[in-house]
Design a protein around this ligand. Sequence first.
Ligand code: GCU
Length: 419
Amino acid sequence: MKAAYFLILIAIPFMVTAQFEPNYDETKVPKFTLPHLLTTFSGKSIGTSKQWEEKRRPELFQFFENQIYGKVPGNLDEYSFKVLEQSDKAYNGKARRKQVVVNLKKNGRTLDFHILIYLPKENPNAPVFLGYNFYGNHTVTLDPEVSITKAWVRNNEDFGISGNKVDETSRGIRTNRWAIEKMLDNGFGLATIYYGEVDPDKDDFSDGLHTLFYKEGQSNPKTNEWGSLAAWAFGLSRAMDYLEDDTNISEVIVFGHSRLGKAALWAGATDSRFSGVISNNSGCGGAALSKRKFGETVGRINRSFPHWFADSFEKFDEKEETLPVDQHQLLALIAPRPVYVASAVEDEWADPKGEFLSAYHASSIYQLYGKKGITNKKMPDVNSPVQNTVAYHLRTGKHDVTDYDWDQYINWAKSFIKQ
Ligand code: GCU
């Protein structure tokens, strides 16, 4: 008896590890039924875009809002912005640069974040890509005039970041991810924000945007209220409030990589002012189907990043089969506006096939609007993009944003943006 008890004790850690070991084997993907886009929760069929907008979209939206990303608890009391600096000499005179501070106020508390904008001088009313960066606006460019954030930043030895503060050492360390000159040369601008100014990326709700909305004595969002992804999405919309009034800017395509790709998708679903949405390697909780349980799973993401989603999402940990929705329905919430899902071959953690299938299955809603989505269920070959209103590519290489990705996004954006 004692020996059996001892054996069980030894076995438990292995059982736990085996349970949480990510699956990378396609033959071990469980059989699952994807929740239907065109059938309501109560079983009614949807046949037109009007029925979709009136019946199905609202119930799906509410599910994602209450059970996955979390609700924003109310409106701001005040919103203002100020152009802190501008110049028309950036990038050797090719670009106009603006640095704008946005100020948000609620319950007597206040939060500032900074938008760095480059616009092609040749195009006085240019479309822009709007996207968060991971380490500060000064990291996306070598431009010495870009101010350095004072906010909390994750330490990174390779980038010379320690003490959760950035300085000159990290200027330009992420230029490889932001093809700014390529954008400018093609008539596009860039607007970027350091995501940590909106909400620092740590499991701690004592700072960032959430705190503005707390009632007396509150220190955490409620179970169905926003996690960090929804806070970042809200920040993108507040950036949009400024961008839509800037007379040098025509349209805004929201972009994000990885966790910020998840935020970009939710921003696209919650705010119809974005003309298009790009999810680069967004994976679990982004474009990838949860029910495939391939690579990162709902349980894994909620354990590693408990602050990203609403607490209510935790009830689906290791129970993806009980989810009445899946991520193709998040993409469908963006319809009929264009959406681009991109994967990388070596980024198995994000489940490239699950990202593709999501784009494929979302396409039925685009069809209702007479728009072309992804029509072939077979995943396209590597480096062979399919660019319709729903677009997808699988590129060679790792979890990253590369010039190849930007070439695709620019090319695709030209197909629907008025320039
Ligand atoms: C982790 C996380 C992913 C996320 C990624 C990132 O790998 O598990 O869900 O997309 O970080 O944001 O870089």
